[in-house]
Write a protein that binds this ligand. Structure first.
Ligand SMILES: NC(=O)c1ccc[n+]([C@@H]2O[C@H](COP(=O)([O-])OP(=O)(O)OC[C@H]3O[C@@H](n4cnc5c(N)ncnc54)[C@H](OP(=O)(O)O)[C@@H]3O)[C@@H](O)[C@H]2O)c1
Length: 354
């Protein structure tokens, strides 16, 4: 029996997930939500560069709520503050559909208070579950790094570094106005929580660290930020336009999860237009460094299947992979918000630093 799935939003990521859903024999596409008027009424196959599916996209939330589906894959564009899509997710959960988000939600219980209560109430009402998926958030911290500690008898610190070149990003508004490249470094303070990207990212990556701490039995006291911007060492011609020399050409986002007064979990994400401020000129997608007994180092890159000439990147394909693999898990879960279970059961035996 196939899982009945709705795709919510068809941007770069959503379209790619839509393709994966159409292609997968265990999935039955039953609906597509789009924001734009231009896509309303179009066949999902046409949007996804696939044969006609008979499923027409709609930009009316009511159409989506009325559908009978097992799960909605929520891939809307994130906008500050983190949690700004809660109202949509709550309506979907209340309507009896499980929800997978690629915009965080990897450990919603971390927030407690009214936010958690509202999400939990929606799940109870709809007998539904909410879970995060994706690469980061979703996989490298919450799954990969955590699984790697399975060979350790003690874990002192886990450091994850993600490297994202923004050179190929084409959307100029997004690169310069949303991400903040090309700005005057004196006028940008990435540690100001109201600074655009920080307002979206801080909550999302605090939740990633909370999910890791949750799996590892660590008591996360707080998350502090050590973000930094770097001026471009020269004029850079990116796909989105020119980044002048001396303007912001690199952001280093860094969140430190404090446990027992010490940083025990660190997530670093480099968004860069040049590699001058990186440790290496051709960095991998991720490095994971676990200090403990024993220590572990991972370098991770992704590659497409040989002969695949589609414009979709290996990372985009992988995001869709995490979603596909999450569908049976969220559908089988009891109602409520979820911390995605690990392949291996974990205990709190690793939380000490001995
Ligand atoms: N977890 C992960 O590993 C991971 C990886 C990459 C990206 N992401 C997240 O995925 C999200 C989508 O990425 P993307 O590359 O698909 O972005 P994108 O190409 O900018 O597309 C986002 C889509 O959101 C929809 N949209 C339009 N107006 C909107 C609004 N006011 N509010 C919300 N959504 C609106 C549109 O859908 P329609 O075109 O259907 O109208 C648009 O195409 C990002 O926010 C990012 O944080 C997560």
């Amino acid at each position: 029996m196939a899982y009945r799935v709705i795709q919510w939003a068809t941007g770069g990521m959503g379209k790619n997930i839509l393709r994966a859903l159409i292609d997968h024999p265990a999935m039955e596409l039953v609906g597509v939500y789009v924001y734009s008027d231009g896509k309303h009424g179009r066949d999902a196959g046409e949007i996804a560069r696939r044969p006609e599916t008979g499923v027409l996209a709609s930009n009316r939330v009511e159409d989506i709520l009325a559908l009978d589906a097992d799960v909605v894959v929520h891939a809307a564009r994130i906008s500050p503050p983190y949690g700004s899509h809660d109202a949509d997710l709550i309506r979907l959960l209340e309507s009896g559909k499980n929800v997978i988000s690629i915009n965080g939600f990897t450990h919603p219980a971390h927030w407690g208070g009214e936010r958690l209560a509202a999400l939990e109430a929606a799940c109870r009402k709809g007998n539904s579950s909410l879970m995060g998926a994706g690469l980061n958030p979703g996989f490298v911290g919450e799954q990969l790094a955590t699984v790697a500690t399975g060979v350790c008898s003690a874990v002192d610190h886990i450091g994850i570094v993600e490297n994202v070149s923004c050179l190929p990003v084409r959307n100029a508004d997004y690169v310069f106005k949303v991400l903040g490249f090309g700005a005057d470094p004196a006028k940008v303070n990435p540690n100001d929580p109201s600074f655009g990207p920080a307002a979206s990212l801080n909550g999302m990556y605090e939740e990633v660290l909370a999910a890791m701490a949750g799996h590892l039995g660590m008591d996360l006291e707080k998350v502090i930020t050590e973000h930094q911007s770097f001026p471009a060492t020269k004029e850079i011609v990116a796909m989105a336009g020119v980044v002048p020399a001396g303007s912001v050409g690199h952001y280093r986002w860094r969140w430190r999860g404090m446990v027992g007064g010490q940083p025990r979990l660190t997530m670093t994400i480099h968004w860069y237009m040049e590699t001058a401020h990186l440790d290496e000129a051709e960095p991998p997608l991720w490095t994971v460094k676990i200090d403990g007994q024993p220590g572990i180092s991972l370098r991770v890159d992704m590659h497409k299947r040989e002969g695949d000439t589609s414009p979709t990147s290996a990372e985009q394909i992988a995001v869709a992979g995490t979603v596909i693999n999450a569908i049976p898990i969220v559908c089988a879960a009891p109602p409520g918000v979820m911390l995605r279970p690990m392949a291996t059961p974990f205990s709190d035996l690793l939380a000490h630093t001995g």
